[in-house]
Design a protein around this ligand. Sequence first.
Ligand code: NAD
Length: 260
Amino acid sequence: MLKGKSAVVTGSTSGIGHGIARAFAAQGANLMLNGFGDAAEIERLRAGLAAEFKVKVAFNGADMSKPEQIREMVAAATRELGAVDILVNNAGIQHTAPVEEFPEERWDAVIAINLSSNFHAIKAALPQMRQRNWGRIINIASVHGLVASTQKIAYIAAKHGVVGLTKVIALETAQTRITCNAICPGWVLTPLVQKQIDARAAKDGIAVERAKTDLLAEKQPSREFATPEQIGALAVFLCSEAAAQIRGAALPIDGAWSAQ
Ligand code: NAD
């Protein structure tokens, strides 16, 4: 379905971004991977996807907190893959603390990586999408773009910002064949969440497995994690013609978390 299209997926060396990149490659899209990690492991991942799905896979290590590097990544993807037809803004970090103890430096980093990077990447990629009059922009927000929890002030401010920014882009591209939507996952078992589970186990003096079920029970009525594969499948659907009139939406995939 995505044969001949090229996609940039930020933060695709792990977790949800990796799930989306795999789902796109399986549909025949060429890819620009991005993210941090061990160089040899990233190269294995890159070469593995290219070989398994017979698509072009490039990698760019741009730091999503650095606007200049984001612009260079979009330029590199255009050079190396021929175009950026699909942009997935997925890279993100978390920091948990009550507001009085929240370090200013963590606030700045979360806002830069989880929110401002979306602005910089979209600004860099949109002109060429307009030229071809086709594009898909998918921002990975969160259920925390729709509702709040304690101890996550920067993350929740950033994700609510992503949902707002998504609506603006949808309006500004409404009469084109470019769409912009946000996906709002609930708990997905990735390294970002595993860190929170481990912290909970340590704080409550309980086993990691118990901390995992407690975490789900507290927020996610289905009591099951959403998976990177499910989010990848939704991202693929948003790239289809069937989804051409889904615009400016914030789509939860959260086991009914936001239904409460
Ligand atoms: P993860 O930690 O597994 O992956 C994060 C990815 O972002 C990694 O590839 C990492 O290298 C990359 N990254 C981090 N900082 C970066 C930077 N400065 N520049 C470039 N890349 C950077 O996390 P995940 O759970 O897969 O999260 C992916 C996205 O999904 C995030 O935006 C997160 O907020 C969102 N999300 C996650 C969950 C969840 O439950 N896991 C729920 C809702 C939303």
